[in-house]
Design a binder for this molecule. Structure first.
Ligand SMILES: [Zn+2]
Length: 97
């Protein structure tokens, strides 16, 4: 799954690092502790929108799931919503909407 660089702002690396550091190098979805290199930053389709609430530091597993949700779109909306509801019930804060 290649990154489309065109969709990322020039200072993405910086933004990404700051956001992952803020998350304590943990996955914000499942809470798994990640090494500095392993946690990655997920963002909405519009990567130029780098507000913190538009981004999430995720482990590889959750990032994969995030991308699937992003790409598949409506067909998976229900599953996505259920996932989020489960997170909310687990008391996890979501940083993006
Ligand atoms: Zn995770």
């Amino acid at each position: 799954m290649g990154m489309d660089r065109q969709r990322y702002p020039p200072n993405w690396a910086e933004i990404s690092r700051a956001a992952r550091e803020r998350a304590g190098w943990r996955c914000q979805w499942c809470g798994a502790a990640q090494g500095e290199e392993r946690v990655s930053l997920a963002g909405k389709r519009d990567k130029q929108d780098c507000r913190p609430e538009n981004l999430a530091a995720l482990c590889q597993r959750c990032h994969l799931r995030y991308d699937i949700d992003e790409h598949v779109g409506h067909a998976r909306q229900t599953r996505w919503r259920k996932h989020r509801e489960a997170q909310l019930q687990a008391g996890q804060l979501l940083l993006f909407e």
